[in-house]
Design a protein around this ligand. Structure first.
Ligand SMILES: [Zn+2]
Ligand SMILES: [Zn+2]
Length: 271
């Protein structure tokens, strides 16, 4: 089985003890690439650390971008710092950015402004964007509809938690839809309904580790190798032979080249 983990956080301290083994286990499980999402305080070393992990391991890539929790920390200096880090060959996306009204760690108007500003920065840098949305789906779709209608747009809605209708709206704009381990949870029939409307050439899976550990390891620390369990659990959800380009998700992943190669077609990190 060949897979990618389109969204993980392996630079965090939860992995300080055994990061080498975590990356090795992922590779042994067939995870050919991992996208390590930088988060944290843009005035600290948090993002430098995320990029350093990507630079250390051949099959790990990174993104930079300020999470809606930290939107209140975004300013010119933060932006300059992240743009500088994005010069690394290993930084292939901007995110995760978006709106999180569930926790509300930053005021909503600040979240909205910083969200729009970062979409525009990513556009200037020609980087795909990675979106986080929680309890703010209508406004997220509204902002994305307004901001993302430019040529060459590429984006991923990560840890999809919305309805099938929202998935369809986002795909119209050009988004890939990524499902995390919570799609395996018993009560997540709504997520599985949404996954069914996403064609394989628009569908990604991710761990969002160390959180959202899939069944059967729910409760333990999540890690990129566990994306295999999300894939297996999905069964026919993620393995629909005959659909799309006649390939299932595993085969599709072989086509995946993460990078900024010119002539990259499709959306985001999937070529
Ligand atoms: Zn997120
Ligand atoms: Zn994340």
């Amino acid at each position: 089985m060949i897979l990618i983990d389109s969204h993980c956080h392996i630079d965090g301290e939860q992995f300080d003890e055994d990061r080498d083994q975590v990356v090795r286990r992922a590779r042994e499980a067939g995870v050919v690439a991992m996208l390590n999402i930088g988060t944290g305080d843009p005035h600290s070393d948090d993002f430098r650390r995320a990029v350093a992990v990507a630079e250390k391991y051949e099959n790990v890539y990174a993104s930079v971008g300020v999470h809606p929790h930290d939107a209140k920390l975004y300013d010119d200096a933060a932006e300059e710092h992240l743009i500088e880090l994005a010069k690394s060959e290993k930084v292939i996306a901007w995110g995760e950015i978006g709106l999180d009204y569930y926790y509300g760690h930053s005021p909503r108007d600040v979240q909205r402004d910083v969200f729009r500003r970062q979409i525009r920065t990513a556009k200037e840098l020609n980087l795909p964007i990675i979106i986080h949305s929680r309890d703010a789906d209508d406004e997220t779709v509204e902002i994305l509809t307004e901001e993302c209608s430019y040529e060459g747009f590429r984006g991923i809605m990560h840890c999809f938690g919305g309805t099938a209708a929202m998935a369809e709206d986002l795909m119209k704009i050009g988004f890939m839809i990524s499902f995390a381990g919570n799609v395996t949870f018993k009560k997540a029939e709504n997520l599985r309904d949404a996954a069914r409307v996403v064609p394989l050439d628009r569908l990604l899976i991710e761990t969002d580790c160390p959180f959202l550990t899939p069944v059967p390891f729910r409760g333990k620390r999540n890690e990129p190798s566990f994306v295999v369990h999300t894939r297996s659990f999905g069964g026919t959800l993620f393995d629909r032979r005959g659909e799309s380009r006649g390939r299932d998700h595993c085969e599709l992943s072989k086509d995946l080249r993460i990078g900024r190669e010119k002539g990259c077609s499709g959306n985001g990190i999937m070529c």
